[in-house]
Design a protein around this ligand. Sequence first.
Ligand SMILES: NC(=O)c1ccc[n+]([C@@H]2O[C@H](COP(=O)([O-])OP(=O)(O)OC[C@H]3O[C@@H](n4cnc5c(N)ncnc54)[C@H](O)[C@@H]3O)[C@@H](O)[C@H]2O)c1
Length: 269
Amino acid sequence: MTDILKYDGKRCVVTGAASGMGAACAQTLTDMGAEVFALDVQDIKASVHRAIKVDLMSEASIDNALGEIEGEIDCLFNCAGLPGAPRFSALDTCLVNIVGLRHVTESLLPRIKDGGAIASITSVAGMGYPKNQEKVHEFLDTPDFESAKAWCEANPDVANGYLFSKQSIIGYTYRRAAELSARRIRINCLSPAPTDTPMMPAFHEQIPKEAMDEHFQAPIGRNATPEEMAEPLILLNSEASRFVSGVNLFVDYGYTGQVFCGQRPGLLV
Ligand SMILES: NC(=O)c1ccc[n+]([C@@H]2O[C@H](COP(=O)([O-])OP(=O)(O)OC[C@H]3O[C@@H](n4cnc5c(N)ncnc54)[C@H](O)[C@@H]3O)[C@@H](O)[C@H]2O)c1
C-alpha cells in the first residue's frame, strides 16, 4: 500500500498537546510512527516520545523547552491557544496565541530540515484579517518576543485578544511562506469552525451557546470533533501537501463559503 503522508520516523513538535486538537494531533502522529515531542503547560496524556512542559507566555520557558529537544525536526504543529476574555486577558491571549507561537517557530526554524513543514491552528475568528492587515503587519514587524509583547502593551485597542491573535497567525503564515520557500520549508495555517474541545465552555462564556450555534456553527449542523481538525492539520504538514504553502485552510464544512457568497451574515469580516 502507498503511504502518501509519510510520517513514519518523522520528528514532530506539537504544542498544545495536552488537550483538544493538539492532543488528537500528537496521538495520531504517534500512531503513524512519528517521534513526537509534545509541549504544553498542562500534563500530557498522549503516549508520545517525549512530553515537555512549556509556558508560551514566557520567552525563557520556551527557550528552555526547545533546549530539551535535540537534533533536527521535520514538522512543527502549533496547536496551543487561549480563548481570550473573560477567562484570560488580551495580553496573555496574544502572548500564547501569536507572540509565543512565533517565538517557537522562529527559534526552531534553524533546526527544521530543508523540506520540512510548519502548520498552525488559527480560527474562523481570524477571518477579519484582510480589513486589519495593516495593523497586523505593523505588529509582525516587531523582531522578537519582547518587542512584540511591548507592541501589544502599547496598542491595547488593536491587540484586543483572540481576534487579533488569530488574524496575526494568518498574516504571519502569509508573510513567511515565500521567504521559507528558499529552504523548501512550507508554512500553512488551519481555521477551525467551532469544535467540541475543553475550550468550548470558555467560548460559551463570550457568546451564549444558542447564538454561537446560530451564527458560527458549520452548515452541517454540529460542532467538529478534535480529530476532524487534527487530521487536516496533519495532511497540511505531510508529503501529500508538498506544493501547499502560504495557505489558510478553512475547515468549516462551508461556513466561510456561505459568508463569502452572502448566504450568511459575515459577523467576523
Ligand atoms: N475549540 C474551538 O472551537 C476552536 C475553534 C477555532 C480555533 N481553535 C483553536 O484551536 C487550538 C486548539 O484549541 P482546542 O480547542 O483544542 O482547546 P484546548 O483548550 O483543548 O487546547 C489548548 C491547549 O493549549 C494549551 N495552552 C494554553 N496556554 C498555554 C501556555 N501558556 N503554554 C503552553 N500551552 C498552553 C492548553 O494547556 C491546552 O492543552 C487553539 O489555538 C484554539 O484557539 C479552537
